[in-house]
Design a protein around this ligand. Structure first.
Ligand SMILES: [Fe+2]
Ligand SMILES: [Fe+2]
Length: 152
């Protein structure tokens, strides 16, 4: 089984690519394609990646660090909230066929995501295997199942 930190990092890359594909479709005025890629991205990150982080990975890290109010996971949870709002606005911009608004939102989202993902990859993911009773195998499997579902 691939280690949990690698699975999560690879999922970041997969999600980045879906967002990029949506942006490229917007650039070609291929609005339906853009909407499909954005929805695949949104579903993967909001319903899969963030759910696994918030329900399993963050609590395990918090437990190990000895408190629910850990500043790192508080920051990461807040980041998820902000991002979810931006994803809705991006979907609206696509529905309105408004490339300018989409591009503005895209650059904001990519900036936030880059920092968010880097923080997780350096300050959180490396400690997960030790923090989770099964070394993160169940959480990793949930992510891999989600990825398999997306490509089937
Ligand atoms: Fe996250
Ligand atoms: Fe993440």
């Amino acid at each position: 089984m691939t280690p949990i930190d690698q699975i999560m990092q690879q999922d970041h890359e997969r999600l980045d690519q879906l967002l990029e594909q949506s942006a490229q479709a917007v650039g070609k005025d291929a609005w339906q394609e853009a909407a499909q890629f954005l929805e695949a991205f949104r579903h993967g990150i909001v319903d899969g990646h963030m759910v696994v982080e918030e329900s399993t990975l963050f609590p395990a890290f918090e437990l190990q660090e000895g408190g629910e109010d850990h500043p790192l996971t508080a920051l990461l949870r807040k980041g998820h909230q902000d991002l979810r709002v931006f994803f809705e606005e991006m979907a609206e911009a696509i529905a309105d066929q408004d490339a300018e608004t989409f591009d503005d939102l895209l650059s904001t989202v990519q900036t936030i995501l880059k920092q968010h993902d880097a923080k997780e990859e350096t300050e959180l993911y490396p400690y997960l295997a030790a923090a989770l009773a099964d070394q993160g195998e169940a959480a990793g499997k949930r992510i891999l199942d989600f990825e398999a579902e997306a490509t089937s």
